[in-house]
Every structure is written in structure tokens, then in C-alpha cells.
Design a protein. Structure first.
Length: 105
């Protein structure tokens, strides 16, 4: 039940962001929905991973400032239900965008 609630909330947020952006720019929903899905997927990926570029940069900054050697972290990513939902939303909106703009291809 908790997973279904997370999926519904994630989809509502993605659709809400897409509608807000289309309202502000006076464009079609399909124009920004794929972009919103990609950005949301990247944000969730970056916030749920550890040991990546930003962690290594912070370790080097601390080491350079204090002289204390920081132990490196192994890169690790644990995807959650919101990540899978944003990936599914991105794929669906990409297919819908291709279908909508098929005459341009």
C-alpha cells in the first residue's frame, strides 16, 4: 500500500510540474513532460547515490584544508520506487513525444 501511495504521489508531482511549466511558457504538455521526467530521474539518482563525484570532491577539499586523509567511499546507488516511477514516466512520455511529433521525423 505504501508503494502505491509513493507511485501516485510521484506521478502527481511529475504531472503537476509539467503542467506548471507548460502554463508558464504557454506551450503543450508533451513539450516539457519528457524533460521533467529526465530531470527528476537525475535528481533522484544523485540524491540516492553515495561515493560519486561530489563525495570525492568533498573528501579532497577536506583533505586539502585539514591535512587529514579521508577514506574513499565506494560508489553505491540504491534505487527506490520513486526512481523507478520517474524512469517509467520518462519512457512513456518519450514514446508519446515520438508519436506526437512523428510527422517531423
Amino acid at each position: 500500500m505504501k508503494a502505491i501511495i509513493n507511485i501516485v504521489i510521484t506521478i502527481l508531482v511529475l504531472i503537476g510540474l509539467s503542467f506548471a511549466l507548460t502554463y508558464l511558457t504557454h506551450t503543450k504538455f508533451i513539450d516539457y513532460s519528457f524533460l521533467i521526467g529526465m530531470i527528476a530521474s537525475l535528481i533522484i539518482w544523485a540524491s540516492n547515490s553515495k561515493g560519486g563525484f561530489s563525495s570525492r570532491h568533498m573528501d579532497m577539499t577536506i583533505q586539502g584544508t585539514t591535512g587529514i586523509r579521508m577514506e574513499g567511499q565506494k560508489f553505491e546507488f540504491k534505487p527506490n520506487i520513486a526512481f523507478f516511477t520517474t524512469i517509467a514516466y520518462t519512457i512513456i512520455t518519450f514514446v508519446a513525444m515520438l508519436y506526437h511529433y512523428r510527422s517531423y521525423l
